[in-house]
Design a protein around this ligand. Structure first.
Ligand SMILES: NC(=O)c1ccc[n+]([C@@H]2O[C@H](COP(=O)([O-])OP(=O)(O)OC[C@H]3O[C@@H](n4cnc5c(N)ncnc54)[C@H](O)[C@@H]3O)[C@@H](O)[C@H]2O)c1
Length: 403
């Protein structure tokens, strides 16, 4: 006998989702009572549009505004959402709506999984990370006892409405974190997307993904599709624990923890991708020219490739820790060329001396670039000896987050 438990959900690209004539959110809400969860930043920028939109609906909708920075990604925030839902009378068939970045989506997903053993939720992701990653998957979670995402759930949303126009107000430094996750998908699955990022990445970052016209949406759509393809293969991570989407996610969590979350997620992922690629070179799985292409691309997009926190000892510690939740296997994702990747299965396949050599290799390649543990909004200077693809890029911009 079998109990079939899987179910699908739709991720839609919807321009102007809060425009009063747009029916996408109204259709997702139906006639149900709902609680929208958001943070003060999103509320300040988009709250008026949200309330105007909701005001035109017959639904009984409350808005819960709460701090949702990485430091607030705690069980306390989840319980506060549960309390707000209880106050608002949210029942089994009612709905939560996550309206914010990845932290908001993670917190709402976990709250939705807990309330009455599971209420539906809809994601309206407002950052790039949330639109191409955190808000479109099944996983919710919060940090606990110093460990990232230690408490969590696999709870699919009812629907995800991705509106690229929200990115117009996202600071460039935050967008870079998202583009890091797109580079991740490109490096393991899609060489064409990688080349496209090299061509238009800086312009997308400087324009809130609005220029070149339609390209931002096309890049987001491709990144979403790649992510959903990978998730669909192994949604609940039950069978195989080797997942290409884990590229850049072996060392990054530990680096974020050690930085007390001052290192942004996407920045930590970029450092991890650089190190994982250098490890691949050490193990004879990736050519040096490809490593330089990868490092050059990350640097050209203003992402860090190294961090003072990434010592060989820290990296070994991080690998041991990931083995605990990869069923004893390391499953380190490493590129074999741009657009293809493989897994290094066992911890013993990456000895300490390979980590040491990889750290040195990245440091040498990025020698002319100051080591960073977090980015500000200034593009990193281009080290002449590694930016071999830089001539393909538009001139570096003096970026600003004042869009
Ligand atoms: N569940 C998953 O599968 C998954 C995947 C990737 C990342 N994550 C998690 O996502 C989190 C990172 O998400 P994030 O990068 O979106 O960070 P975030 O949620 O902290 O948001 C970053 C900042 O952007 C602001 N913001 C949000 N939307 C905005 C807008 N439209 N305009 C201006 N400012 C806006 C927020 O207020 C916040 O200050 C991490 O906790 C990470 O662990 C989860």
């Amino acid at each position: 006998m079998t109990c079939e438990i899987s179910r699908g959900y739709d991720v839609s690209l919807v321009r102007g989702v809060l425009s009063p004539r747009n029916r996408a959110l109204a259709d997702s809400l139906g006639h149900r009572r709902a609680l929208v969860v958001t943070d003060p930043t999103v509320e300040a920028i988009h709250g008026a549009d949200l309330r105007t939109y909701l005001g035109g609906l017959p639904n009984d909708v409350d808005v819960h505004v709460t701090q949702l920075a990485e430091g607030d990604k705690s069980i306390g925030s989840v319980l506060a959402v549960c309390e707000a839902a209880q106050r608002h009378g949210i029942g089994r068939r009612d709905l939560l709506v996550a309206f914010g970045g990845g932290v908001c989506c993670d917190v709402v997903s976990l709250a939705a999984s807990l309330i009455r053993r599971g209420v539906p939720y809809v994601c309206l992701p407002t950052t790039l990370v949330a639109q191409i990653d955190a808000g479109i998957g099944l996983k919710g979670g919060v940090n606990f006892g110093g460990s990232k995402n230690y408490l969590g759930c696999f709870t699919p949303p009812q629907a995800v409405l991705v509106d690229p126009t929200f990115l117009l107000t996202v600071p460039e430094a935050e967008l870079r974190g998202g583009i890091s996750e797109i580079v991740k998908m490109a490096l393991v699955r899609d060489r064409r997307l990688f080349d496209q990022l090299l061509d238009v990445g800086p312009e997308l970052l400087a324009s809130g993904f609005s220029r070149p016209a339609t390209t931002g949406e096309a890049v987001i759509a491709r990144a979403v599709q790649l992510m959903l393809d990978e998730l669909s293969r192994n949604c609940y991570e039950e069978g195989r624990l080797d997942r290409l989407v884990d590229f850049g996610h072996t060392f990054s969590g530990r680096l974020e923890e050690l930085s007390a979350y001052t290192l942004r997620h996407g920045e930590a992922v970029a450092v991890d991708m650089a190190l994982s690629s250098a490890i691949a070179v050490e193990l004879g799985l990736l050519g040096e020219a490809d490593l330089h292409r990868i490092l050059s691309a990350l640097l050209a997009l203003g992402l860090p490739v190294r961090s003072p926190l990434a010592t060989p000892a820290t990296l070994m510690e991080a690998m041991r820790a990931v083995c605990l939740h990869r069923d004893g296997a390391l499953n380190l994702v490493v590129p074999t060329t741009v657009g293809e990747a493989t897994f290094v299965r066992r911890l013993e396949d990456v000895p300490l001396h390979a980590l040491t050599a990889a750290v040195s290799r990245v440091a040498a390649a990025a020698a002319n670039t100051p080591a960073v543990s977090r980015l500000d909004d200034k593009p990193l200077p281009a080290p002449r000896d590694v930016i071999d693809l830089r001539d393909r890029l538009p001139a570096a911009r003096n970026s600003s987050s004042s869009r």
